[in-house]
Every structure is written in structure tokens, then in C-alpha cells.
Design a protein. Structure first.
Length: 150
């Protein structure tokens, strides 16, 4: 979670940093290290997506609904980002820095835009419905983390 006052806003800067580090490693020509860094990023971001899709978004909808379709839009963004990550996994294997960079930039942009959209939604919460159930929600989030850590 970020240092924001809203406990539902995740540490999105961490993912930006991970992609930037991957780019730097690839630029140095350390392709095996870049591939491993990218795989770690993908694993962590997939968990992030699962936590939102399986816990945060359903809880948000339970308490606030989704009259503007924002949750569906965020879920569609997840699908697009997952597709881009999958495609980039093939590109990085080719060890062509220019192609990698050309494919990385749209992914990085999509993630930043998604993070901004998501933070806008979660920061819009003005009542305590989810906060009153924070322990339960955090328990669900931690349970998902535990399935990955095991």
C-alpha cells in the first residue's frame, strides 16, 4: 500500500520502478538478468491484478456499486495489461533492445494510466463502509498473497 491516507491505494510506484530497472538491465545487454527481472515483475503484477479483481473491486462494488462502470473499465484495463505483458515476454526473449524498448513503452504507459484511474476511484471513497470492514478485506488480500508465497 502507498503512503497515501487511503489504505486501498497500492504501491504503484514499485511497479514503475521494476519496469524501469528491467529496461536499464536490458540496455546493458544483461539479457538473462533482464528476463529474470521481468518475470519477477510479471509475477508481482499478476498478484496485484488478482488482489484487485478478486477482493478490492468486489468489495468496492458491494459497498458503493458501480453505476458508472468504472470497475468494469479497470478490469478491462487489467486484461489489456496482461495481454501486453504476455506479448513482451516473447519480445524480451529475442534480446533485441530496440524492439524490447518499443514494446515496453506502451506497457509502461498503460500501467501508469491504469494506476491513475484506479487511484482516482479508491481515493473517491468518502465514507467508512470499507474501512469498517478493513480487517476482513485485508485478511482476504493476505490470503491471496499466502497462496503465491507458498
Amino acid at each position: 500500500m502507498s503512503e497515501s491516507s487511503n489504505w486501498l491505494v497500492h504501491d504503484h510506484q514499485r511497479y514503475d520502478k521494476a519496469l524501469s530497472e528491467c529496461e536499464e538491465i536490458a540496455e546493458e545487454g544483461l539479457w538473462q538478468d533482464a528476463i529474470e527481472a521481468y518475470e519477477r515483475f510479471v509475477d508481482e503484477f499478476k498478484l496485484h491484478i488478482r488482489m484487485e479483481d478478486e477482493v478490492c473491486f468486489p468489495q468496492f462494488e458491494k459497498y458503493y456499486g458501480d453505476p458508472k462502470g468504472e470497475l468494469a473499465y479497470l478490469a478491462a484495463e487489467h486484461d489489456n495489461i496482461a495481454r501486453m505483458m504476455h506479448d513482451l515476454a516473447y519480445v524480451i526473449q529475442r534480446k533485441d533492445y530496440e524492439h524490447f524498448l518499443a514494446s515496453l513503452k506502451p506497457l509502461h504507459k498503460a500501467i501508469k494510466e491504469h494506476n491513475a484511474n484506479e487511484e482516482t476511484l479508491f481515493l473517491s471513497i468518502k465514507d467508512d463502509q470499507m474501512l469498517m470492514n478493513r480487517a476482513e478485506i485485508m485478511s482476504h488480500l493476505n490470503a491471496l498473497k499466502d497462496t503465491v508465497d507458498s
